[in-house]
Design a protein around this ligand. Structure first.
Ligand code: PMV
Length: 321
């Protein structure tokens, strides 16, 4: 049976994706920008031509919902495709505060295309990964990636691309864990609810695209202070928008606010660093490598655990053998 295996790293958005212009095609209302992070990774094997569709996720059978999403993405390769067996494994704890869906769907589409014997461009693969999870469109790429919102109704222009490679800038992303439990509200439900009920949503959609040029210029110039301003603004506006939903969506815990204060205090002492948060209470702090240990030690005082991650490379196939 044609089989292929791929590895991808998760990513964290610095300019956030929140809200959809098309739910069925998973098209974003705003562009976003992220950093792909090693060493955490997902390894996924696709066997094309199995006796039935079967998903194994971290050593257990996938749930009906997980399986539906995975096989709907494989259907994009060929609506008459043979059945497939998918085995996917994260080498990081699901409670590590990072979205395994970003690395998971990126590895799935890369392995899926190879197993199906299809030569696809990386933009096509990014479009396919996006259908599984928006942020996965960015995990095909190493380093710094932008995901364009696109304008086409069919979404074929809504894919990610690399802005700068992993070795462009020696930074670290520290992930401060405050709650290792599963999310209370999924990003998909949180987004849809915000879009439907937050009076701030139109302001979010009209302001967010302006963050991209500023973030890209800061990344090119390796200017953490400038990038930090954009990062925190993007995270704060996204969370403000969801906090204004009815009922509110509040992912923050007290520890999230402590970590933000640690970052501001370090900054006032001359250490450039900036935070971001996603659909959960954990706080991710961007810092240059030379300051990573100082920042980690301060975060470790308030957090349950701190992971230290670095820019990772693009999703890649694993040669058999
Ligand atoms: O791609 P999803 O559906 O997991 O949503 C990601 C949402 C955020 O993590 C909050 C922001 C982002 O751009 O990754």
């Amino acid at each position: 049976m044609p089989t292929a295996t791929a590895i991808a790293h998760p990513n964290i958005a610095l300019c956030k994706y929140w809200g959809k212009r098309d739910r069925a095609l998973n098209l974003p209302a705003v562009p976003s920008l992220s950093l792909t992070l090693a060493p955490f990774s997902t390894t996924t094997t696709v066997e094309w031509g199995a006796s039935r569709d079967e998903l194994m996720l971290n050593g257990r059978p996938g749930t009906a919902e997980e399986s539906r999403k995975v096989f709907a993405v494989l259907d994009l390769f060929d609506s008459w495709r043979p059945r497939a067996r998918v085995v996917t494994q994260n080498d990081f704890p699901t409670a590590a505060g990072l979205a395994s869906s970003s690395s998971g769907f990126a590895a799935l589409v890369l392995a899926g295309a190879k197993a199906a014997g299809q030569a696809r461009t990386v933009e096509e693969l990014s479009v396919f990964a996006r259908r599984g999870s928006g942020s996965a469109s960015r995990s095909l790429f190493g380093g710094w990636a932008e995901w364009r919102a696109g304008e086409r109704g069919d979404g074929l222009d809504s894919y990610a691309f690399e802005i700068a490679a992993a070795n462009h800038w020696d930074v670290r992303m520290l992930v401060a864990i405050f709650d290792a439990g599963p999310k209370e509200v999924s990003s998909r439900d949180g987004m849809n609810h915000t879009q439907e009920t937050s009076p701030f949503y139109p302001a979010w959609v009209s302001s967010a695209p302006h963050d991209l040029p500023a973030a890209k210029a800061a990344i090119r110039a390796r200017d953490l202070e400038a990038l930090g301003k954009v990062m925190e603004r993007s995270a704060l506006r996204m969370h403000a928008c969801m906090m204004a939903a009815d009922p509110p969506v509040i992912y923050w815990k007290s520890g999230s606010v402590w970590a933000q204060e640690v970052v501001r205090s370090l900054r006032s002492k001359g250490i450039p660093c900036a935070w971001t948060m996603d659909a959960g209470p954990n706080v991710k702090v961007l810092v240059e490598a030379e300051h990573a240990e100082v920042v980690r030690a301060k975060l470790a005082v308030v957090a349950e655990r701190v992971h230290v991650l670095e820019p990772g490379g693009p999703a890649r196939l694993v040669e058999p053998g």
